[in-house]
Design a protein around this ligand. Structure first.
Ligand code: IMP
Ligand code: MG
Length: 178
């Protein structure tokens, strides 16, 4: 898989260190609130598992799967729900755990949809933020790293379902997806 990478952008050590800091921040902000940690499948699974294990407050898990890209590298703005949450979120504090925010369409749609179910709060925690690519006003509440306008894979992130099990985050060579 490494031969398809232009370079490693974020190492395992850098990811681990940043996750510990994010976990400490969430521990502080959500003390006594028993947040519902919502993983957006599949890209966030590595981040989710590491982040939740670094947190020390009581919390709950739930999972949601949506699709916006198919095998393309640009968002269409169309979002399809593939798996919904298992239980009611009324009155709960939700933290959406996402791999990357790009145009912001996916999370804008999701936030609107979740708020219609009357949770107490909905915040977004993303590992990566491609802030230059935003096409909506959406801002993450917690983020691991800002990155530029390049297509990245690894640590859960894929191109056509490949590279998710790379332990670090790398920039994909353009000839792989062009
Ligand atoms: P948005 O709706 O444009 O914000 O797209 C968010 C989704 O697009 C993420 O959850 C990812 O699945 C995917 N995505 C955006 N940029 C990348 C990337 O650089 N690598 C892999 N997936 C990406
Ligand atoms: Mg994806």
């Amino acid at each position: 898989m490494y031969e398809d990478l232009k370079k490693i952008l974020i190492t395992k050590e850098e990811i681990d260190k940043r996750i510990k800091e994010l976990a400490a921040e969430l521990d502080r902000d959500y003390e006594g609130k028993r947040p519902l940690m919502v993983a957006i499948l599949k890209g966030s699974v590595m981040f989710y598992a590491d982040l939740l294990r670094a947190m020390t407050i009581p919390l709950e898990l739930d999972f949601m799967a949506i699709s916006s890209y198919g095998n393309k590298t640009k968002s269409s703005g169309e979002v399809k729900m593939i798996k919904d949450l298992d239980r009611s979120i009324e009155g709960r504090h939700l933290i959406i755990v996402e791999d990357i925010v790009d145009s912001g369409y996916t999370l804008s749609y999701l936030k609107r949809m979740l708020y219609s179910r009357h949770p107490e709060s909905v915040k977004i925690c993303t590992l990566l933020d491609k802030f230059e690519c935003r096409e909506t006003p959406l801002q993450p509440d917690y983020k691991g790293f800002d990155i530029g306008n390049e297509f990245v894979v690894g640590y859960g992130l894929d191109y056509a379902e490949k590279y998710r099990n790379l332990p670090e985050i790398g920039i994909l060579k353009e000839e792989v997806y062009r």
